[in-house]
Design a protein around this ligand. Structure first.
Ligand code: GLN
Length: 289
């Protein structure tokens, strides 16, 4: 019997930055997922849409926030009436959301080296990011890294290193404890902004909120001086460049500026699992009431 998994809509926030590149890689990823689908299951019907309005966001099951300039993205989001709907999407509904570079900054609960008054955060990840940790545009670099989270869910090419492109990239400077008072402490730090708190919308969303921050990838440190800085969390001599907490994923580099869809393939798999969890939860919830 053919089982249709779901109709799934994934949005890419299209206010500024590398959004069309993400849409292209999502299409490539969906094609490669369709080729690999188990014979008993027909692949979900994917729709990939650019998101510029609250209505477009409301139709999405998952969202990508691209690289670009986080101050510009947050400014346009505020002007388009999207900031609060974005916070609801990530923190109240806890739908799968993935930020790359500027997107990671926007999804952090705390960000430093920010322009005074020039930045609103969405939040969702209990981390503090350092906005331009890896330097200016001219200091952009690429690193071939083994991304173990790709595992064998993608295919055997998962073992090949991924070409990670860093452009004015942020680093995860600190993993913050999930407790009351952290926000006030963060806010009192110099040139640091925090995201407003939002309570999860239901029991399933609550689970995602209280999930641990997982370090998904690190990079051999580029700035040895930081090793001596007690403020900086690092796994040994590594800088944290990818984290996940429940429904939220943040990555310092730009997969969308490569032609390699492996992270998109993996993430679409995670989106599918989340959509299935949500649909099952709603069925149980409805039958219990
Ligand atoms: N550091 C940039 C910012 O503050 C992000 C750079 C990028 O997305 N390439 O938005």
């Amino acid at each position: 019997m053919t089982v249709v998994l779901a109709d799934v809509t994934v949005g890419v926030l299209a206010l500024q930055g590398a959004f069309s590149e993400h849409v292209q890689l999502l299409r490539a990823a969906a094609e490669s997922l369709a080729l690999k689908g188990a014979p008993a299951q027909s692949p979900p019907k994917w729709s990939f849409v650019e998101v510029r309005t609250p209505d477009e966001l409301a139709r999405c099951d998952g969202l990508i926030i691209p690289g670009g300039e986080s101050t510009a993205i947050s400014l346009v989001a505020a002007r388009s009436g999207l900031l609060e709907p974005l916070r609801d999407f990530v923190k109240v509904l806890r739908k799968p959301t993935w930020g790359t570079c500027a997107g990671l900054i926007l999804l952090a609960e705390s960000a430093n080296r920010t322009k005074k008054g020039g930045q609103d955060l969405i939040g969702g990840l209990d981390v503090r990011v350092n906005r331009n940790h890896f330097g200016r545009q001219v200091e952009s670099f690429q690193a071939n890294l083994q991304l173990s989270f790709l595992g064998d869910t993608v295919d055997k090419s998962a073992n090949e290193p991924y070409r990670c492109v860093f452009i004015r990239a942020p680093v995860v400077e600190k993993i913050l404890p999930h407790r009351d008072g952290v926000q006030t402490e963060e806010q009192s730090r110099e040139a640091t902004v925090v995201a407003p708190s939002k309570a999860p919308g239901d029991k399933l969303a609550e689970k995602e909120t209280t999930a641990q921050v997982e370090v998904m990838a690190t990079l051999p440190t580029q700035t040895p001086a930081l090793q001596a800085n007690p403020e900086h969390d690092h796994a040994g001599s590594e800088d944290i460049i990818a984290v996940r907490q429940g429904n939220v994923l943040g990555i310092s580099f730009h997969p969308e500026l490569t032609a390699d869809p492996r992270i998109h393939v993996w993430w679409l798999g995670e989106v599918l699992k989340a959509v299935e969890r949500r649909r099952q939860f709603e069925v149980v919830d409805r039958s219990a009431s």
